[in-house]
Design a protein around this ligand. Structure first.
Ligand code: ZN
Length: 163
């Protein structure tokens, strides 16, 4: 469906250029930093929760269009969600961008525009950086998140999965 694909691309470009919820959040009660050294993406994520519900999410940072668009779309998707729902969204989103297919029990809505990332394994970390940083923030993890924990420098890309 090339038309849907074009629409997705436009949304990604739009969020990449004009990220929503960009900037610091003064009354955040959770905060974490993330870094994707493969691409150079950096993010500082601010989360305000109340009684287990995410009331507000904002972020700062610099990165490629995919990482910025993903953080922007994530910030929109999370407002009003419980922490458990946020974790479910993370799981569904991670499955989507790593090509494992979207889980039907966790509708992803607009986040599905990033499904095409699954075709570009090098960009998966760009798309998931904000989400890993979110989980770190909710857990009050003070050590900055890096997407390179279990990667080897200069490692061969994994062979493409067939089917
Ligand atoms: Zn990137």
């Amino acid at each position: 469906m090339p038309e849907l694909r074009d629409l997705y691309q436009e949304l990604i470009i739009d969020h990449g250029r004009r990220p929503r919820n960009f900037g610091a959040l003064a009354d955040a009660n959770h905060k974490a930093e993330g870094f994707n050294p493969l691409c150079g993406d950096r993010i500082t994520l601010f989360v305000k929760t109340r009684d287990g519900v995410i009331e507000d999410v904002r972020f700062e940072g610099t990165g490629c269009a995919i990482s910025t668009a993903s953080a922007s779309l994530m910030s929109e998707a999370l407002k009003g969600k419980t922490e458990a729902q946020a974790q479910a969204l993370f799981d569904g989103f991670h499955a989507l961008v790593t090509g494992q297919g979207a889980a039907e029990e966790a509708p992803l809505g607009k986040l599905e525009v990033l499904a095409g990332v699954a075709e570009f394994p090098a960009r998966v970390k760009c798309a998931t950086l904000a989400w890993h940083t979110l989980l770190a923030a909710l857990r009050d993890q003070s050590v900055p998140v890096t997407t390179e924990r279990d990667e080897q420098e200069g490692a061969e890309p994994p062979p493409a999965a067939d089917g």
